[in-house]
Design a protein around this ligand. Structure first.
Ligand SMILES: [Mg+2]
Length: 392
């Protein structure tokens, strides 16, 4: 069996352009789907996939590790830069989809699963609607409470919010109090049976991240995400040591060696490896094995498109330490028209039953995708009050 072609399909989903990757083979009707979505880097990833195709066309698609090594190690530059790690991931996911189809089994079965009956999911406030999740101001506690109630009314038992505002490297009490009021309002609105997460988007400095973590500790967050830059492993570790709230990070970490440094420093309790940014399921499985040695939980980053979600769920049904799957379901109203999925979601509780189809279990509707061609991603910029550049 040989790979004959690697195609990309770009599908504009407002905030992100989903990049679907289709790896075709010389067997009639046998192909695999992957995803390599990377907001604001769409053209770069598509071109990188073209470069990588040169390495793998003509090769046996079932030799996944061999091909992964080829894509990661050849042409001199290792594949852990974000653009190439994402491009590799898109192809890697499609190769696992092909292998599942060849075996006639869901991917999770190839890895010894399923290890659980169901996977729990959580949503973003607003279900992934950009304005609700990213643009609700931290000082609008009432809006946070309303959106929290909506999430629970939609059946979710857990949701994530961005209740920590952008701050200069050091600021006074006002942003801390605003975040505290927003989280208090959400807790008051949904009670203790619902799990609340706060994503800092790595906006704070380690000193501010620590203050936010301390202020929010009494509200029993399920996890507190990216409280400072991912480059500041010692900053993350200091925050993790100072609060009982579990610290989550890893969505911007693209390779096994960098995860080793994070885990060894005890910088997180939850690993948010992004399967579409870390070189795919092949590397994510190595990261998961390493996390297991540290008893670190897995909650992969997944605000992207439907192939990423299917891959995260297959991963979840094969990994003992997987705790929850991130989902967005209301980012664009036509999300369900683009994909047919092999798993089922129970609306009450938003838990997922395993995929019963081979591979990742998805079919992408190419005609539907073509209705939403590439558009430049909407700019999301943060400036501090003095006009200097902040982190989005
Ligand atoms: Mg995040």
């Amino acid at each position: 069996m040989k790979i004959t072609k690697v195609e990309t399909f770009v599908c504009n989903a407002r905030m992100r352009n989903w990049i679907f990757v289709k790896v075709l083979t010389d067997q009639p009707g046998l192909f695999g789907w992957g995803e390599a979505t990377l907001e604001w880097h769409t053209r770069g990833v598509v071109a990188t996939i073209e470069d990588l195709a040169e390495l793998i066309v003509g090769e046996d698609p079932t030799r996944i590790e061999y091909l992964w090594q080829m894509m990661f190690r050849q042409h001199f530059w290792h594949g852990h830069g974000i653009t190439r790690a994402t491009a590799i991931a898109g192809i890697d996911l499609a190769l696992w989809d092909i292998l599942g189809k060849v075996a006639g089994q869901p991917c999770s079965k190839l890895w010894g699963g399923p290890v659980r009956d169901t996977v729990r999911t959580y949503c973003h406030l607003g279900g992934g609607k950009m304005e609700d999740f990213y643009e609700t101001k931290a000082d609008d506690a009432k809006r946070f409470a309303d959106l929290a109630r909506q999430a629970v009314a939609s059946g979710f038992t857990a949701f994530k919010s961005m209740a920590v505002p952008p701050t200069l490297p050091i600021e006074g009490l006002q942003p801390i109090r605003a975040a505290e009021a927003a989280v208090a309002a959400m807790r008051e609105a949904v009670g203790d049976a619902i799990d609340i997460m706060v994503d800092c988007h790595a906006r704070p400095s380690p000193a501010m991240g620590l203050q936010f973590a301390k202020a929010l500790e009494p509200y029993g967050l399920y996890f507190f995400e990216e409280p400072c830059w991912p480059e500041s492993v010692e900053g993350l570790a200091a925050i993790a040591r100072s609060v009982t709230t579990p610290i989550a990070t890893g969505e911007r970490v693209t390779n096994l060696a960098a995860f080793r440094d994070l885990f060894a420093a005890r910088a997180c309790a939850i690993c948010q490896v992004d399967i579409t940014h870390c070189g795919g399921l092949s590397e994510a499985r190595r990261v998961a094995a390493l996390a297991e040695a540290y008893r670190i939980a897995l909650a992969p980053h997944n605000p992207q498109g439907p192939v990423s979600t299917a891959a995260s769920l297959e991963f979840g049904f094969s990994q003992p330490s997987y705790i929850i799957c991130e989902t967005v379901h209301e980012d664009v109203p036509w999300r369900r028209d683009v994909v047919s999925e092999g798993f089922t979601v129970e609306t009450q509780g938003r838990i997922v039953r395993p995929n019963t189809r081979p591979g990742l279990g998805i079919e992408i509707n190419e005609a539907e995708v073509k209705k939403h061609s590439f558009q430049q991603e909407l700019p999301q910029r943060v400036f501090y009050t003095d006009g200097s550049i902040g982190d989005w």
